[in-house]
Design a protein around this ligand. Structure first.
Ligand code: ASP
Ligand code: MG
Length: 428
């Protein structure tokens, strides 16, 4: 008997009717002879609503209390879903993250799972019941306080439980048909990708594709657990996120087609660009800058250093970081002004990072040429460039980013014949 873990996102359980529909789907999976474990997110946008409410009560709520509040969202959906399943004649039992054995560190708001001890879940399965687990939450090993895993963390709960229970697959149900070659809300001809490697998915998630939580993919890769991203609004197969070996096996069995060179294009509008102007061009300066940023726990992404002007012996160092960290970065650098000796700091939040991802880049020449030609033809100005083995990213103006994504999507032959279906919801 196969064990299937199914995770339903907020848009799939947004109201009573959706909860009943999802309940039917779960019971069908069980009736088909599988064991099923379910993870749910909070209904619709209720996590955002709880955050708003907290803001109205307190401008700076204690992290411990905020976590306690936010975990209530998932408790509402898990118990309602268990009721709906009971009505269909199956035995369903809801569990908080803590009850399900999701043990984390105590970093409130961004806790990491350090252990999974799903004894109660295994017991429920062996008794023929369907356990329904609240996503996105756990309990801290040291403080015993309730924690959350960060926004979108239910995906990670699902994969972590699936790995601990040795499930055959972790199905992530959302409001689109799977992983797309671009955001279907931006590119109407985005195509669904049937198979994608963990590595490509990690790159896509890191550069702004919002389908899966980054940590959930890291977790799945570590345990070599296949993820099936699919829609709860249709019965169609979605996207399988697997190892290259598993995909090669699927191709050999005739289940999958040969993998394309490029799997997707994504834009990320959440970064800011900081320039340290007039840095003395001598050894140790870059080290001092990035040490100051590291000490302030700033995640730096792209870095560019200009050629120094011969006349002044000074250069500019530009880097990007998440917008939410940019002011802190400015302060950290300002505090070192005396020792680093730069002239000024500038910040630019009107930037977008546009990225092209594909494992085929490794073995196919000419990808960069096509990439930059497409951007040039679309009059997109490139401000910064960075690459990995399977990704090219550029920084451009926010207002040019959609045009850039479109142009790249077309240039790499990714445009589908028909239009992508978006079933509603916010895509979270
Ligand atoms: N409800 C949480 C959020 O909105 C967790 C999740 O949906 O995965 O971020
Ligand atoms: Mg979500």
């Amino acid at each position: 008997m196969a064990l299937i873990v199914q995770k339903f996102g907020g848009s799939s359980v947004a109201d009573a009717a959706s909860i009943k529909r999802v309940a039917g789907r779960i019971v069908d999976t069980k009736a088909a002879g599988n064991d099923v474990v379910v993870i749910v997110s909070a209904m619709g946008d209720s996590t955002d609503e709880l955050l708003d409410l907290a803001q109205q009560v307190s401008p700076k709520p204690p992290a411990r209390e905020l976590d306690m509040l936010l975990t209530a969202g998932e408790r509402i959906s898990m118990s309602l879903l268990a009721m709906a399943i009971s009505d269909l004649g199956a035995d369903a039992r809801s569990y908080t993250g803590s009850q399900a054995g999701l043990i984390t560190d105590s970093a409130h708001g961004a806790a990491r799972i350090i252990d999974v001890t799903p004894g109660r879940i295994q017991e429920a399965i062996s008794e023929g019941a369907i356990p329904i687990v609240a996503g996105f939450q756990g309990v801290a090993q040291d403080t015993k306080d309730i924690t959350t895993l960060g926004r979108g963390g239910s995906d990670t709960t699902a994969v972590a439980l699936a790995a601990a229970l040795n499930a055959s697959v972790c199905e992530i149900y959302t409001d689109v048909d799977g992983v797309f070659s671009a955001d279907p809300r931006v590119v109407s001809k985005a195509r669904q990708v049937p198979y994608i490697t963990y590595e490509e998915m990690l790159e896509l998630a890191a550069v702004g594709a919002k389908v899966l939580h980054l940590r959930c993919v890291e977790y799945a890769r570590r345990f070599d657990l296949p993820i099936h991203v699919r829609s709860s609004f249709s019965l169609k197969e979605g996207t399988f996120v697997m190892s290259p070996q598993a995909i090669a096996a699927a191709i050999a069995e005739g289940k999958a087609m040969e993998q394309p060179i490029i799997s997707g294009v994504a834009a990320d509008l959440n970064d800011a660009k900081v320039t340290v102007v007039g840095v003395p061009d001598k050894p140790g300066e870059a080290a001092a800058i990035f040490r100051a940023l590291a000490e302030a726990s700033i995640n730096v992404d792209m870095i560019v250093q200009n050629v120094s002007a011969a006349s002044t012996g000074r250069t500019d160092v530009t880097f990007t970081c998440p917008q939410g960290m940019a002011q802190k970065a400015m302060q950290a650098l300002q505090a070192q002004h005396g020792s680093i000796g730069f002239e000024e700091l500038t910040i630019d939040e009107e930037i977008a990072k546009v990225s092209l991802v594909g494992a085929g880049m490794r073995s196919h020449p000419g990808v960069s040429a096509t990439f930059f030609t497409a951007l040039a033809d679309a009059s997109v100005n490139v401000e910064m460039i960075s690459t990995s083995e399977i990704r090219i990213s550029i920084v451009t103006r926010v207002e040019d980013s959609q045009r850039a994504v479109q142009a790249l999507h077309t240039a790499f032959g990714l445009d589908a014949d028909g239009e992508a279906v978006v079933y509603g919801g916010t895509g979270r």
